[in-house]
Ligand binder design. Structure first.
Ligand SMILES: Nc1nc2c(ncn2[C@@H]2O[C@H](COP(=O)(O)OP(=O)(O)O)[C@@H](O)[C@H]2O)c(=O)[nH]1
Ligand SMILES: [Mg+2]
Ligand SMILES: [Zn+2]
Length: 292
C-alpha cells in the first residue's frame, strides 16, 4: 500500500493513505543498513501489520522529487512564507533569511502578507515594491475580510507547500481557513494524530484537498545550511543577479568594491534599499560566524 509520511516522531512515522487514513509505522530493517532516513513528505510503500489498530511498517521510500535540509522535508513544490502587513510589522530581515534559504535550496516562494485589512493601499504598494523586483509572487490576504483567501487556495492546489512565518501573523488562522473544505468532507487527517495537543516542534503535513498538502514548518531564522557561504549570498537575491556582470571585480561582494553593478542598480532605484541593507547585514553575519 502507498502513502505519504505526514509526521515523524522518535522512530515512528505516521503515514497517510488516501481513503484509509493514518497508519503508525516503524521503519524496520531496510533503512538501518542503508543511510536513508525517511522524511516527512516521503511517499512510501507500507505493509500493514494490524489493520484494526492501523499499524504498519515502512518498506520502501519512493524516489524523491527533492529534499530540503531546512526544514527537513521532501517532495516540496513551493514555499509559502506568511508575514503580517501590520501588527506585527513585517520583519524584513527575517523574511530575507527565509527567502535566501529557499533560493539556495531552489524552492519557488510565494510571500503572503496577511492582515491586509489593517493597512492602506499605499502600504501594500510599498511592500510590493520591495519584493516584486526579485520576482516573488506576492499575495495580500485577510482572514478577517476573506480577501484573497480563494487566490491562496488556488495557488496551493495540487501542490505540496512548506508554510513558515513568525508567530502572531495569522498563520494558524489562515491554515484553519484552508482546511475548512477538507474538514467538512472527511475530517482532517490531523485529528487522528492528535494535532494541537502538543506544540508543533516537528514538521507536519496537513492534507487540504485532492493532492494538496501543506507542511507546517516551525522555525526558520537560521542561515545555517551545509555549503552555504557568504560568497553565495548575492545569488540568493534574484534581482541582483542581472547586474553582477557589470561589476568590475570577479568575486565582487557588492559591498565595498568600486564600479559595482549591484550598487549602481541600487543607486538608480532598480534594487530596493531594504533588500540591499539586509543583504549587507546577512553578509556580515555570515562573515562573522566562526567556522569550525
Ligand atoms: N485584523 C486581522 N487579524 C488577524 C488576521 N488573521 C489573524 N488575525 C488575528 O491575529 C492574531 C494571531 O493569529 P494566529 O492565527 O494565532 O497567528 P499565528 O501565531 O501566526 O498562528 C489572532 O488574534 C487573530 O485573530 C487578519 O487577517 N486580520
Ligand atoms: Mg499559530
Ligand atoms: Zn558588485
Amino acid at each position: 500500500m502507498q502513502g505519504k509520511i505526514v509526521k515523524g516522531i522518535s522512530g515512528f512515522y505516521y503515514v497517510h493513505v488516501v481513503g484509509t487514513g493514518i497508519y503508525e509505522c516503524k521503519a524496520k530493517g531496510v533503512f538501518r543498513n542503508r543511510k536513508v532516513k525517511p522524511l516527512v513528505g516521503d511517499n512510501v510503500e507500507i505493509v500493514v501489520l494490524d489493520e484494526e489498530k492501523h499499524l504498519g511498517n515502512v518498506e520502501e521510500i519512493l524516489p524523491r522529487k527533492n529534499e530540503l535540509i531546512r526544514p527537513a522535508v521532501s517532495n516540496i513544490d513551493m514555499a509559502l512564507v506568511i508575514f503580517a502587513a501590520a501588527k506585527p510589522d513585517p520583519n524584513f530581515n527575517l523574511l530575507d533569511r527565509f527567502l535566501c534559504m529557499m533560493e539556495y535550496q531552489k524552492v519557488p516562494v510565494t510571500i503572503c502578507f496577511n492582515k491586509c485589512d489593517l493597512v492602506s493601499e499605499e502600504e501594500k504598494e510599498n511592500l510590493q515594491k520591495i519584493y516584486a523586483p526579485a520576482g516573488y509572487d506576492i499575495l495580500f490576504t485577510s482572514v478577517k475580510t476573506g480577501e484573497n483567501i480563494d487566490r491562496l487556495k488556488a495557488l496551493l492546489a495540487e501542490k505540496t507547500t512548506t508554510v513558515a512565518g513568525p508567530s502572531g501573523v495569522g498563520k494558524s488562522s489562515l491554515i484553519n481557513e484552508l482546511q475548512t473544505d477538507v474538514r467538512m468532507q472527511t475530517g482532517a487527517i490531523s485529528d487522528k494524530i492528535g494535532r494541537g495537543k502538543h506544540t508543533t516542534r516537528h514538521s507536519e503535513i496537513i492534507s487540504i484537498g485532492q493532492d494538496t498538502y501543506i507542511m507546517d514548518t516551525p522555525g526558520f531564522s537560521s542561515m545555517d545550511l551545509p555549503g552555504f557561504e557568504k560568497e553565495d549570498l548575492w545569488t540568493c537575491y534574484p534581482e541582483f543577479v542581472p547586474y553582477e556582470p557589470e561589476c568590475r571585480f570577479i568575486g565582487c561582494s557588492h559591498i565595498g568594491e568600486p564600479d559595482c553593478g549591484v550598487k549602481n542598480a541600487l543607486a538608480e532605484g532598480k534594487i530596493s534599499r531594504v533588500r540591499y541593507d539586509n543583504y549587507v547585514m546577512l553578509y556580515d553575519e555570515m562573515k562573522n560566524i566562526r567556522k569550525y
